[in-house]
Design a protein around this ligand. Structure first.
Ligand code: BGC
Length: 582
């Protein structure tokens, strides 16, 4: 791909060619001819463990999700993805599986899975399942075989290496969760590689039989009716076959920082040999072929964490090949100040020419998004306004959008004590980084029911006091609640082809704290504006031009003498007279 950014003044800046191209660009995707459902989809993430418990053991399960399908459908989304439900010792809460093709009894069984898919499809909701292709639990029978029989059929299924000459690990690779990415296995007298916890050995997908086993697992769930997968941690699909050590990190452009606490040594390396390596692409091609055998079209959304996802998403999704879309991390970890945020959004737009990404502000691995905006959102009223603004950005910027359970309630991030922590990553890095439990507390369904309607037992992690009073029941009939806004926004957006499938051009940040961008397709253009501040901001008349101000849900429509006035945390959309984008 042509280099469209270069390093100047110590920062990544668009090249001259990029600036010219941006000004004259017709979107090469010809977006309005590519109207696949998933491009502009609005999806909901169900973190099963914390969504709804049907049997009183304090842990969410599949029958619980089925019981709450009307809530999901009522939000107006096109579907949802489910966090992993396969059997697991739950050391990383389901991301350490022991069997790809079964359901963990804590979440139900295959019949419950089939009931859930049927119930979702009856409500016209698509179901995507999280699939973890890059590692298993160390209790998976494949690993047990692999570590015990270096000459057996599973010998090459994981990434094994001899010790370095000094007896230490074969190279300097580190785990995202802290510490070395290699653990010594005495039964085999070798180290095995694990980009995450030591109990999550990496699968060797460069070995054909291993990749074929993962493809078989995909077919298993496709045959159970899933509409696609959210593929976990695809930055780790492959690794440098020569096991070269990573160089130190020396530079960073306007990219989202890696998570995991400022003192995580993982952040001190340039991960050129252990993340996002070229050997992943033949693997991705095969994963794509696996779903292509199915009709109607099944979708692959690849989660790209630990890397500059805005920069690399294009190559993972180019021209509709590879993954259908990337699950982007640049808004999750990205800045909340307007100028750097606009810079990231511009950078994403510039890199993503023919590929596609899903806009995400939070998930089960991150802080709850409204609390990330404390500069603008301290009071509850401001948090609600901020959540609406995030929905507006999520569904009006180019890409699909995936909201995380609880965002429809604008749940704030709770304060946790060390005793509350369950996540090994947080336990490793406390107090520098509290881990991911704050985003994983159960959904409060009803204030007055025991266990807040989530469980009749004791929830696996407590429902924090910050969420009391914010239950689904308390907000359901409130026309000003984020839930009602989300529903109205998605209804309105369904009629806006440019927002679902159109190209995108970001405006420069000269009107900060306003962010301005255009969505375009053919000769049509929409101008979108979002105010990331606590004061009224004005889009000057000459920027609105002859555009008609649209009256969408909660949109600013007041034209004053100086231009279009956008209230604090407000937003607006204008339809420009037909003309090619500028
Ligand atoms: C998942 C995490 C998980 C990690 C390792 C991810 O990115 O979202 O929850 O811990 O992969 O599987």
């Amino acid at each position: 791909m042509t280099e469209i950014y270069s390093r100047r003044d110590g920062a990544m800046r668009p090249t001259r060619e990029t600036i010219v191209a941006r000004a004259t660009m017709q979107d090469p995707v010809q977006p309005l001819t590519r109207r696949e459902w998933w491009r502009g989809a609005a999806l909901y993430q169900v973190y099963v463990r914390s969504f709804m418990d049907s049997d009183g053991d304090g842990i969410g399960d599949l029958d619980g999700v089925t019981a709450r399908l009307d809530h999901i459908a009522g939000l107006g989304v096109d579907g949802f993805w489910l966090s992993p439900v396969q059997p697991s010792p739950q050391k990383d809460f389901g991301y350490d599986i022991t069997d790809f093709c079964a359901v963990d009894p804590i979440h139900g069984d295959l019949a419950a899975f089939d009931r859930l898919v049927a119930g979702a499809h009856e409500r016209k909701l698509k179901v995507l399942l999280d699939l973890i292709p890059c590692h298993t639990s160390n209790r998976h029978p494949w690993f047990i075989e692999s570590r015990s029989h270096p000459d057996g059929p599973y010998a090459e299924w994981y990434v094994w290496a001899d010790a370095a000459r000094d007896g230490g690990p074969p190279n300097n690779w580190l785990s995202s969760f802290g510490g070395p990415a290699w653990t010594w296995e005495p039964r085999r007298s070798q180290y095995y590689y694990h980009p995450f916890l030591p109990c999550q050995p990496a699968l060797n997908l460069l070995h054909d039989p291993t990749l074929e086993a993962v493809r078989d697992a995909m077919r298993f769930w496709l045959d159970h009716g899933v509409d696609g997968f959210r593929l976990d941690a695809v930055q780790c699909l492959a690794y440098d076959a020569d096991l070269r050590s990573n160089p130190p990190e020396d530079s960073r452009g306007p990219v989202a920082p890696l998570g995991g606490g400022v003192n995580n040594p993982f952040r001190k390396q340039n991960h050129m040999f252990d993340r996002d390596v070229p050997a992943a692409f033949p693997i991705i091609e095969k994963l794509r072929h696996t779903v292509e055998d199915y009709t109607p079209e099944r979708v692959l959304i690849g989660e790209l964490a630990d890397v500059d996802s805005a920069r690399v998403s294009e190559k993972y999704t180019i021209s509709g090949e590879g993954f259908h879309a990337v699950y982007d991390f640049s808004l999750i970890n990205g800045p909340r100040d307007v100028r750097p945020l606009t810079e990231i959004l511009t950078y994403r737009s510039d890199f993503l020419r023919t590929g596609w990404m899903m806009n995400v502000f939070s998930n089960h691995d991150t802080a709850r998004a409204v609390s990330d905006l404390t500069r603008f959102a301290e009071t509850r009223q401001e948090q609600v306004a901020a959540q609406k603004l995030l929905f507006f950005l999520q569904f009006c910027l180019k890409g699909g959008g995936i909201l995380y359970q609880g965002e429809e309630l604008a749940l704030p991030h709770p304060t946790l004590d060390f005793e509350d922590l369950r996540d090994p990553w947080g336990i490793n890095f406390w107090p520098d980084f509290e881990g991911r439990d704050g985003a994983r507390t159960p959904i409060p369904w009803e204030e007055t029911a025991p266990g807040f309607g989530f469980t009749t037992g004791t929830p696996w992690i407590r429902i924090p006091p910050e969420h009391h009073g914010l239950s689904v029941a308390a907000q359901r009939d409130d026309p000003d609640a984020p839930m009602a806004f989300l529903r109205a926004l998605l209804d309105w957006r369904r009629g806006q082809d440019l927002l679902r499938w159109g190209g995108e051009i970001m405006h420069p940040p000269d009107l900060a704290p306003l962010i301005l961008w255009e969505r375009h397709g053919g000769q049509q253009r929409l101008l979108c504006a979002a105010n990331l501040s606590r004061t009224v901001q004005t889009v000057p008349r000459d920027r609105v031009g002859g555009a008609a101000v649209l009256d969408g849900p909660g949109f600013a429509t007041a034209m004053a003498a100086g231009g279009l006035e956008i209230p604090p945390l407000g937003f607006a959309v204008c339809r420009r007279p037909d003309a090619p984008p500028t």
